[in-house]
Write a protein of this length. Sequence first.
Length: 285
Amino acid sequence: MTFKMEPSPKKDLFFIEEDLKKLSECLREVLVVPREEFFNHPAYKEIQMVNSYLYWQISEKAKLVIVAQPDWITNLPEQRKREVLNIQYKMERGLIFPVSLFSSTSSLPEEYIVEEKMDRFLIIQQNIWTKLPYKIKESAIKEYAQLWDSWTNFDIPEQTPAHIKKYANKFPTEAGSNCLSATLFAVTGQEWIIGEWVHPNTFMIGLERANFLPINDEIKKGDVITWVNDEEVIQHASYHIDNNLFFNKNGQTFFNPWKVTHLNKLKEEWCEYEMKVYRKNATCY
C-alpha cells in the first residue's frame, strides 16, 4: 500500500463555545467567526481544511471559530494556551493525535498535550507540526491512517483494467477523492475524475450518461453497486472488478486509500443500507 504524508493547513482554527471573556485580551490578531457564517464561508470550505479539521464531527457546542495565524497560539499566555487546546478536544475537531501514535515522544511539546479519558493527545497546530522531525511525522501519519482504514487489501486481479491498476491499493496525494469519484473513474476511464469530490446527484447523472441501468440480477464483472438510505440518497458506491472483488474507496480524506476489497466486507460495512446494482446497457452506443 503506497502512502504519502498529508500537509497541514496554512491557517489555525480553534472551535470554542460562546464565552470569550477569558480570551478577550488575546483576540486582537484573529478573526472570530460565528459558526453559521464559518460553515457557509467559501474561504473555509477548501477540502483540505474540511478533511483536516473533520468539520462533520465538530460538536454543536462550538458556536464560534477563531481563525488565526500559526504564531497566535504560540504567543498566548501558558494558562490561556492550555485552556484553548483542551477545548479543541472537547469540541471533537480533527488534527488531534493520540500520543501513542508517535514513535518518539521526546520531541513533542508538552504544552500541546492534553490528558483525557486516561489517554494523552497531541493537539496538532501548524507551527508545531512543521517543527517535528520528518521521520516522527511520517511514522505518526502512517499509524493515524490505519485508524481510518485498515491497510488490509486483496492483490490486484490480473484482469483488472489498466486504468484501475494504476490507482488500486494506493493512497491519494490530494484531498477530495471519494467513493463516488472512484467508481465513476472506474466506469469511464477518465483519469481526472478520480480526484474530484463527487456528490450523489452528480454521480447518478454520470452513471446514466455511461449507460448504466438498474438491474435485478446477480452481480457480474463491470457492475456498479450502490448503497442507499431510506430517502434513496446514495451513501456508498463501488465498482466490481470480478469474482466479488471491488475497486473501492471509503471517505474523502488522504487516509482512505483506493483499494481492492471483497463484497463481503462491503456488505458488512454498509449493511444498514439497501444495495442496488447497475450494469452497462450493451445495446447503447
